[in-house]
Design a protein around this ligand. Structure first.
Ligand code: IDP
Ligand code: MG
Length: 149
């Protein structure tokens, strides 16, 4: 089953949106399998965002993600990557679909509240980068067969 790394970024934490993000993912039917509230080291931030190194917003992005605690989570489900990206909305909040988190709570691309893995392959890599294997909880929900076909 697909797994995706979800971060409630420092702005989302400061604004009290951890619960809102969790509520929306739970309500959608995704299954939480790992979570930790943490400060992000520069090293972790630079590895996580290595693809953006050299871009004009890179330094600001590293400063932003390391500026205050984040809520890091792993969610799973069939098509979890696409489903969670859709629930988050497009990178730029002003282009995000109404009803998405970035639309409903954001204005600026540099303060867009959440992160979610953008492909199955990156989901695997990011989960490995942020969590140790023993931190991932494999479990069944009683209602899984009413959500996963
Ligand atoms: P994503 O988070 O939707 O996957 P990416 O293009 O991978 O978006 O960019 C990673 C993060 O970098 C964005 O979520 C946002 O916080 C930040 N970012 C991207 N583009 C810009 C920009 O033009 N200005 C400032 N920050 C940006
Ligand atoms: Mg991305």
């Amino acid at each position: 089953m697909e797994k995706t790394l979800v971060l409630v970024k420092p702005d989302g934490v400061q604004r009290g949106l951890i619960g809102e993000v969790i509520m929306r993912l739970e309500r959608r039917g995704l299954r939480l399998v790992a979570a930790k509230f943490m400060n992000v080291s520069r090293e972790l931030a630079e590895t996580h965002y290595s693809i953006h190194k050299g871009k004009p917003f890179y330094d600001g992005l590293i400063n932003y993600i390391t500026s205050a605690p984040v809520m890091a989570m792993v969610w799973e489900g069939n098509n979890a990557i696409a489903a969670v990206r859709q629930t988050m909305g497009s990178t730029k909040p002003v282009e995000a679909a109404p009803g998405s988190i970035r639309h409903d709570f954001g204005l600026e691309v540099g303060r867009n509240i959440t992160h979610a893995s953008d492909s199955v392959e990156n989901g695997v890599k990011e989960v490995e980068l942020w969590f140790q294997a023993q931190e991932i909880v494999s479990w069944q929900r009683e209602i899984d067969h009413w959500i996963f076909e």
